[in-house]
Ligand binder design. Structure first.
Ligand code: JFZ
Length: 480
């Protein structure tokens, strides 16, 4: 009986993984869509390569979001009033006339911007990719755009292209680079969309499709052509992004064959490789989807001089573990100042996470979701066993090329260390090959119980935020 159960469970878990990998974001049945919808077109042009393109991203798990722009100059304050909303929405929130807001560019000269330092900070925190705002809703381009002179190179005293400097630093340090682009909302260029009540300045009036054809499409072509390999295109707020308008952008994605895009290009969020929960972690993940939670470290994406409501590094680290244990990615935000510096509290938190990742990174990178519904003491990430077809090694003739399975490994992330030294893994029935503390390799003794596997742990937790126990299984994963 047991062996059948073992095999069934193993096949089930493997099948589940393969299934989840296969299904692109938009699980809408394509039967509903006719050949002319953006969903059908996206599937047709990019669905087939989805899995292969997503490989690095699924293994990466952790990235840096950078919201940076001219809004870092007022830093959330307008005419002495402190905005209660996210800083990058200041122009809309205070209905600042186009010309008045554009005048801020004269004060934007981030001479302390150092792309190499920012990339090093991300890399040392354990992040594998960076996504920076190339243009946000205020219409200001953070790159040298020929399609609009409303950009950091032409319109400010800075006269440099931060995207070019970041692209070089990322290549040098092996970090993948992605660009956020606000394709629909643009509060500067005539015809650009504006949420929440729409335009407030006649200078904003114009044809949306003219704006798309003259500004958005050319700029997306620029960021996908002029900065080397681009790993991710992060669209946002797809206001009025009909299929017709989506089709203006889809062909551009071919400029970067390995490009990943999120699900915010079309108004129905039915295109793209991954979905984007914002400021929240789905309670049970999003099974069958690739998903990435984006989150602020305080209460704003763009820099606000007076927002000191920082989440603790412990909370941010447990979020990363929680998200990985549910099969998702974490895109954690920084909002540089108008000088180009990452705020101190953000640096401290990324360094703290980096110290943990240096010891425990293997329990995050390349892992998949937990097989346990609920663990009272923490979370679990998994590396499912896989077949490795061993070639006949010269020294041991006996091998004869038989396939071998790598052991399934469970990484137990213990937030609440058991004071009595007993850690119960509820329902785990598999035999174990070894059980160790990841931090120092200490072997831990175990005793199978009717309600699961009891692991004896030292009284002191190796880490105050999360301690990792590595459970290598003998056979297949069996959880009752
Ligand atoms: C958008 C932007 O408006 C914001 O400035 C920031 O860039 C953020 C990452 O994305 O904000 C959103 C977008 C979508 C939702 C909420 C906030 N949503 O779908 O709930």
């Amino acid at each position: 009986m047991n062996s059948i159960l073992v095999t069934v469970l193993f096949i089930f878990t493997t099948a589940a993984t393969l299934l989840t990998a296969a299904e692109p974001v938009n699980t809408g049945s394509s039967s509903r869509s006719n050949k002319d919808t953006s969903e059908f077109l996206w599937q047709h042009d990019y669905g087939k390569t989805h899995d292969q393109r997503m490989q690095w991203w699924r293994e990466a798990r952790f990235g840096m979001f950078i919201h940076w722009g001219v809004y870092s100059v007022p830093a959330g304050v307008w005419k002495g009033e402190q905005s209660k909303h996210i800083g990058e929405w200041l122009m809309l929130d205070y209905k600042i006339p186009v010309a008045e807001y554009a005048a801020l560019t004269g004060q934007f000269n981030p001479v302390k911007f150092n792309a190499r330092e920012i990339v090093k900070l991300a890399k040392n925190s354990g992040m594998k990719y960076i996504v920076i705002t190339s243009k946000h809703h205020d219409g200001f381009a953070m790159f040298h755009s020929r399609a609009s002179s409303y950009n950091i190179f032409d319109a400010t005293p800075f006269k440099r292209d931060p995207l070019r400097e970041l692209a070089r630093a990322c290549r040098e340090q092996g970090i993948k680079l992605g660009f956020y682009y606000s394709q629909a909302q643009d509060w500067h260029h005539p015809g650009g969309a504006a949420a929440k009540g729409g335009h407030w300045d006649p200078a904003q009036e114009g044809s949306t499709d003219d704006y798309l054809d003259r500004v958005a499409v050319p700029q997306v072509r620029e960021i996908l052509s002029n900065y080397g390999p681009v790993a991710v295109l992060w669209w946002d707020t797809p206001k009025d992004m009909t299929s017709e308008r989506v089709k203006k952008f889809l062909p551009l994605l071919k400029l970067q064959p390995r490009l990943l895009t999120n699900n915010r290009l079309d108004k129905d969020k039915l295109t793209g490789d991954f979905s984007t929960p914002e400021q929240k972690i789905p309670a049970t993940g999003l099974p069958g989807q690739d998903w990435e939670t984006c989150m602020t470290m305080n209460r704003t994406w763009g820099y606000k001089s007076f927002d000191h409501d920082w989440k603790s590094s412990g909370m941010l680290l447990r979020n990363l573990i929680d998200i990985a244990s549910k099969g998702g990615n974490y895109l954690l935000n920084v909002g540089p100042t108008s000088e180009g510096l990452i705020p101190g509290p953000s640096v401290e938190r990324l360094q703290a996470i980096g110290r943990w990742m240096k010891v425990n990174g293997e329990a995050i990178y390349g892992t998949t979701a937990s097989p346990f519904r609920d663990l009272p003491w923490g979370r679990c990430t998994t590396k499912l066993g896989k077949i490795i077809h061993s070639v006949k090694s010269p020294k041991d003739e006996s091998q004869s090329g038989r396939a071998r399975w790598t052991p399934t490994v469970l990484y137990l992330h213990i937030f609440d260390w058991p004071k009595d030294g007993g850690l119960l893994v509820p329902g785990l029935k598999s035999e174990t090959h070894s059980v160790k503390l990841l931090a120092n390799g200490l072997e831990l003794s175990t005793s199978p119980r009717p309600d699961g596997l009891m692991i004896s742990v030292p009284t002191a937790a190796p880490d105050q935020v999360s301690s990792t126990v590595v459970v290598k299984l003998k056979g297949a994963l069996e959880v009752q």
